[in-house]
Design a protein around this ligand. Structure first.
Ligand code: HMG
Length: 431
């Protein structure tokens, strides 16, 4: 078995739905103070999938952009793993639909991994290990995180909804983020903090308890990773924490800072706030506008960091905390690649945010209703078109118990990032 120390994420590309709902409008409709959502949760808007968008179409948008923008030879992909908790079928994985729609080689292992938001990290682990065990250096795995976060209308979880997909190419000579060779710290515990029964399209959550479970898992994995890696807080340049809502990242950082720095006399609120900006700001400017992507949230942060820090991030160390309810969590670290030119204009984050347009509350409700109908009525076929939506893959409905997808052909134009007015400044405004 070949061992390599350069395995990790070679390319990354984000897709976000083109529509979003402002949280101040949602707060007004729910009879809640707008400050509770905007300041209390740290979020300004949430991505809302249009009818005709599901885990498959979003995964296709992210993955096809990655293949096109980084000019990947799809024949080099020997494994496709999808991390999702928004599967569209109890048997056929999202990976199978995606494999067909991308036209990947038949000599490719394909499967989904499910463990709430941890699913993409589990998929990444499998992909890295698989690449490292292959005889050839140039084999690649494609990992896609794709989800729609949905809670009941009017529930406390509703303002933390979101949707999107993140595609990652995994290989042995990774140019975006190389996983460090230390033993990752994992923590598993069967808890009922958040779950979605088979009969429900919405998650059920014990909100406050879920925050406690997250924090407990963070403390444990942080302590263990410190021991196995020998790394101290000062050894990290950036920290990424799973972001169910942006304020959770702040809570996580403050907990770690408190554990490590309070006794060192650096517990002063201004010092802590500045440290938070430095460690977490460059990664969290986009999630304030998208809400929870479930499996993709953490990797949206990685893409945001690459897009905003560019050359400054090169060679830097990132601490990464992944949490999936239920629960399993993991702390690990990675080194950002040496050349920002490789990912510049290719992560898709700024472009996706630029393309977002706001919808009003009645439209949001209509989208939810239509999506529910399309996914539960086996004879329904929607007359939907992707025209004008800047997306190409569309779920048209179910016919003969089969899901029907359509892909609109578009001239291949590489997306341009434009991070001049997106970036860390946003987080100051929104968090
Ligand atoms: P809640 O009960 O509606 O809100 O639910 P709250 O009363 O806790 O208030 C939220 C914050 O707003 C608080 O801030 C308030 O003080 C503040 P904090 O004290 O926590 O810093 N607040 C205000 N601020 C300014 N002005 C005001 C005002 N009023 C209140 N007027 C909860 C919040 C997060 C529980 C809810 O949104 C929820 O259930 N969300 C979904 C679950 C979740 O995101 N859990 C996170 C951990 S679990 C996880 O990350 C896994 C997950 O991603 C799923 C997966 O793994 O697949 C969810």
């Amino acid at each position: 078995m070949k061992r390599t120390s350069q395995a990790g994420i070679d390319a990354i590309s984000v897709y976000l739905p083109r529509t979003c709902l402002r949280l101040d409008e949602l707060a007004e409709r729910n009879g809640v103070a707008r400050e509770k959502y905007i300041e209390g949760l740290g979020c300004r808007s949430m991505a809302v999938p249009a009818p005709g968008e599901d885990a498959v179409t979003m995964a296709w948008e992210a993955a096809s952009s990655l293949l096109r923008d980084y000019e990947v030879d799809s024949e080099s992909i020997g494994m496709l793993v999808v991390g999702t908790e928004s599967g569209v079928d109890h048997a056929k994985p999202v990976a199978a639909y995606l494999h067909g729609m991308l036209g990947l080689s038949p000599e490719c292992r394909i499967f989904d991994v499910k463990h709430a938001c941890y699913g993409a990290t589990a998929a990444l682990r499998v992909a890295v290990d698989w690449c490292s065990s292959q005889a050839r250096d140039n084999v690649k795995a494609l990992v896609v995180a794709t989800d729609i976060a949905r809670y009941p209308v009017g529930s406390p979880g509703e303002p933390t909804q979101g949707a999107g997909a993140v595609a990652m190419l995994v290989g042995c000579n990774a140019r975006c983020a190389v996983l460090e060779p230390f033993e990752a710290a994992v923590h598993a515990s069967s808890v009922m903090d958040f779950w979605r029964p088979d009969y429900s399209s919405c998650a059920i959550v014990d909100g406050k308890y879920s925050v406690e479970c997250y924090m407990k898992a963070l403390e444990r994995t942080w302590r263990r990773y410190k021991k196995t890696s020998g790394l101290e807080l000062d050894d990290y340049d950036y920290l990424l924490f799973h972001a169910p809502f942006p304020k959770m990242v702040r809570k996580a950082f403050y907990r770690i800072w408190g554990m490590e720095k309070a006794t060192a006399g650096e517990g002063d609120p201004a010092v802590t706030a500045r440290a938070f900006e430095r460690y977490c700001g460059p990664a969290t400017w986009a999630c304030c506008r998208t809400g929870n992507l479930y499996t993709g949230s953490l990797y949206l942060e990685l893409a945001s960091l690459l897009a905003s820090e560019r050359q400054r991030a090169c060679g830097r160390r990132v601490g990464i905390f992944s949490y999936g309810s239920g629960s399993c969590s993991e702390f690990f670290s990675a080194r950002i690649g040496p050349d920002a030119a490789w990912w510049e204009n290719r992560t898709g984050v700024s472009r996706a945010l630029e393309l977002q347009r706001e919808i009003d509350y009645p439209t949001y409700l209509e989208y939810r209703k239509t999506a529910e109908h399309m996914n539960t009525n086996g004879s329904y076929r929607a007359e939907l078109t992707a025209t004008g939506t800047h997306r190409q893959a569309v779920f048209l409905g179910i016919r003969d118990h089969k899901r029907i997808y359509s892909i609109r052909k578009q001239p291949s134009v590489r997306r341009q990032e434009c991070s001049s007015h997106h970036g860390p400044a946003h987080i100051r405004q929104a968090l």
